[in-house]
Design a protein around this ligand. Structure first.
Ligand code: NAD
Length: 258
């Protein structure tokens, strides 16, 4: 087991990549605090944990609310006396041309993707520094590396995650804490499906047409499964990546190699 008895905090665990990660880390022996705003989705994730269900608990936490995030982190540290792995996965996507972009959607992107990641790390740092070990994994995206049509605001949040992750890796290295990001490409989750649906609607074309375009972006010509991304997160969470910090793992089917 690759993360046996490691204490893991994971945000955005009710769906997609977060859910797949919870299931994989459960199989690999982790003790998990799984959080999300979506309580029903969290319950479903818990039910899907074939292994490690009795070692996982779910918690409704909105990552845009600093005090809720702090409560989750404090609770975990008090209960287990350490935080081995912190995965800031919760995220949202909103797309559209900048000139028409609703300001409330812009605020949501900043609040969930950037501030949510910042709060998740901020409240754990005191504990991580004190214990002098730990692995932090953030979720960037191909959108952090390349431009995507009508994704300027989403791209800016994900590029921000890359900068945040690199700089935090420098701050925490003297304390033996590693900080890395994962950049998924097109991954078959409710987030991407809704993104593709919206684009198809707006362009007046079939869902399958836009889906195919996304598939063509990678050199592997298909979407990733959430499990394929979860495997990368597991690697960074585990001690197998003990010499890796400040790096970004691109799991993008070759999208950014062109
Ligand atoms: N799916 C992709 O193609 C793709 C590509 C690149 C990066 N990503 C990133 O991967 C991460 C996971 O995305 P996914 O595809 O699994 O999406 P998803 O929509 O399936 O899951 C995201 C989860 O985050 C939760 N969430 C949203 N706002 C929240 C908040 N304020 N507080 C707590 N939880 C909140 C949602 O309820 C949901 O359960 C995101 O950071 C996303 O930006 C996804």
């Amino acid at each position: 087991m690759r993360v046996k008895d490691k204490i893991v905090i994971l945000t955005g665990a009710a769906s997609g990549i977060g859910r797949a990660t919870a299931i994989l880390l459960g199989k690999e022996g982790a003790i998990q605090v799984l959080s999300d705003v979506d309580e029903k989705g969290l319950e479903e994730t818990l039910q899907l944990l074939k292994k490690g269900r009795d070692r996982a608990e779910i918690m409704k936490v909105d990552v845009t609310d600093s005090s809720q995030v702090k409560k989750m982190i404090d609770y975990t540290y008090k209960k287990y006396g350490r935080i081995d792995v912190l995965i800031a996965n919760a995220g949202v996507v909103r797309v559209g041309p900048v000139e028409d972009f609703p300001d409330e959607d812009y605020d949501l992107l900043i609040n969930v993707n950037l501030k949510g990641t910042y709060y998740t790390c901020k409240h754990a740092i005191l504990y991580l520094k004190k214990q002098r070990f730990g692995s932090v994994v953030t979720l960037a995206s191909v959108a952090a590396h390349i431009g995507q049509v009508n994704h300027a605001n989403y791209c800016s949040t994900k590029a921000g995650i890359l900068g945040f992750t690199r700089a935090l890796a420098l701050d925490l290295a003297p304390y033996g804490v590693r900080v890395n990001s994962v950049s998924p490409g097109a991954t078959d989750t409710p987030m991407l499906v809704s993104d593709v649906r919206k684009q198809a609607r707006e362009r007046g074309v079939d869902y399958e047409v836009v889906r195919k375009e996304f598939e063509e972006e990678g050199v592997l010509k298909r979407w990733a499964t959430p499990d394929e991304v979860a495997l990368g997160i597991l690697y960074l969470a585990s001690d197998e990546s003990s010499y890796t910090t400040g790096s970004d793992l691109r799991i993008d089917g070759g999208w950014t190699t062109r």
